[in-house]
Design a protein around this ligand. Structure first.
Ligand code: B12
Length: 355
């Protein structure tokens, strides 16, 4: 128990913890856990190896501020406790499996409605401000927005252990959680860390289209379709184009394959209720989008972040893979597009029709 080291010893540690948990649930989080600001050794050593092998590809920021990722105390000397909160974004049960027709275009389920970053950070800040007003102290909030190993902390805080697909897999919500982290200088008793639950299962490894999960608990982003279609700068390397198949933006095959997420209750969060046009999107409509129309169509969506040219390039690669010759007439003029990446992808798509 940390209670004896509390600066305000009259306050009951369990009460503070329960109140914070209650507040986060009230704000729309589905899972909440507490841990000390420590990154387990297995996460530290794998991260160092990841950087040494340059597995981050064009995500060079993953190799910067290493000392902060490895130790939250280096990021903020005052941090005493970590609060991890997750929001369930599981789609309705009838949308857990992929369309049988592989000519139907696919967008990753995490992008079927709003970008989670502003949704999560806004709620973390509301919880943090409330905490400071109620108990004093300072806080810092992150969701994919700083050098913080969110999955390692989620596991330490008991929310869900890292699965073989490297995602935090919760007993209640499987891998369908967006994570947010609050660092605080309040001393709060940690929860029990999550148990590793994958056992002998290798469903995610077997399903991954790019063989990006090179060993259990180890993924090489350079082979991951989420990386290639979202984070990778420049044209998708030619040998990887076929692997992308019909996935225009992101990939969640290692999530839908996970048996722990098969019967997760669908998300009740309005921001993550699927928009019909994100499920099997219409290629003719998408091919017509210029920069202005793209930004308007994907306003509030994470898709907007990659920009119209990267999106068009992904789309063209998919249309080539799906042999969507019905789109040929709309693809031909894109050989003269302003963007070299779009031009190259248009030529590649047409070459697939002909070859
Ligand atoms: C970089 C990044 C990516 C990269 C690289 C992914 C990766 N696995 O690293 C790319 C672009 C590919 C990506 C894709 C996706 N991402 Co991402 N991404 C991140 C980010 C910013 C950092 C992750 C990181 O630290 N990677 C470094 C490498 C070295 O770590 P690692 O792969 O997790 O490996 C760990 C394990 O191997 C562990 N380990 C080593 N040995 C052992 C042994 C055992 C037994 C165990 C248990 C663990 C273990 O140690 C390593 C270091 O921690 C986090 C946000 C954050 N700040 O944490 C979001 C985050 C992981 N992403 C998220 C999401 C939603 C996705 C996608 C589902 C999006 C999509 N549908 O397209 C995919 C999923 C692909 C996948 N399987 O990872 C969520 C995941 C939520 C969750 N439930 O876990 C996060 C946490 C963002 C958030 N705030 O919600 N992402």
């Amino acid at each position: 128990m940390w209670t004896e080291s509390f600066e305000t010893p009259h306050m009951d540690s369990m009460k503070i913890k329960n109140d914070i948990r209650k507040k986060l649930i009230e704000l729309g989080f589905d899972a909440v856990g507490f841990s000390r600001p420590l990154i387990p050794e297995r996460n530290r050593s794998r991260y160092l190896q990841f950087v040494e092998n340059e597995e981050y590809g064009t995500m060079r920021w993953m190799s910067r501020r290493m000392e902060f990722r490895l130790d939250p105390k280096r990021l903020w000397a005052g941090v005493e406790s970590v609060i991890v909160a997750g929001i369930n974004y599981a789609p309705p049960l009838n949308h857990r499996s992929n369309p049988a027709d592989d000519r139907v275009l696919r967008i990753s389920r995490y992008a079927w409605n709003m970008d989670y970053h502003p949704v999560v950070i806004d709620r973390l800040k509301r919880a943090g401000d409330w905490m400071s007003a109620a108990y004093g102290g300072k806080y810092k909030a992150y969701t994919d927005t700083g050098p913080v190993m969110e999955k390692a902390l989620a596991s330490a805080a008991g929310i869900g252990s890292q699965g073989k697909n490297t995602l935090a897999v919760s007993p209640e919500f499987g891998p369908w959680l967006f994570l947010g982290v609050i660092l605080t200088d309040l001393k709060i008793d940690p929860d029990e860390p999550a148990d590793d639950t994958c056992g002998e299962c290798s469903a995610c490894i077997d399903r991954c289209p790019g063989s990006a999960i090179t060993a259990p608990y180890r993924m090489d982003p350079r082979k991951c379709i989420a990386y290639l279609t979202i984070e990778h700068k420049g044209a998708v390397p030619e040998p990887m184009r076929e692997t992308i198949g019909n996935r225009v933006y992101g990939c969640d095959d290692c999530i839908t394959a996970c048996p722990k997420g098969g019967d997760t209750p669908p998300s009740e969060e309005p921001a993550f209720v699927p928009l019909p046009d994100r499920i099997g999107p219409d290629p003719f409509m998408l091919l017509r989008l210029d920069k202005k129309a793209f930004n308007a169509h994907f306003s509030g969506s994470p898709i907007k972040r990659i920009g119209v040219n990267k999106f068009l390039s992904n789309l063209l690669i998919c249309l080539g893979n799906c042999r969507r010759t019905d789109c040929r007439e709309m693809i031909v003029p894109l050989r003269r597009h302003d963007s070299a990446v779009v031009r190259e992808s248009a030529l590649w798509a047409l070459s697939r029709f002909d070859g």
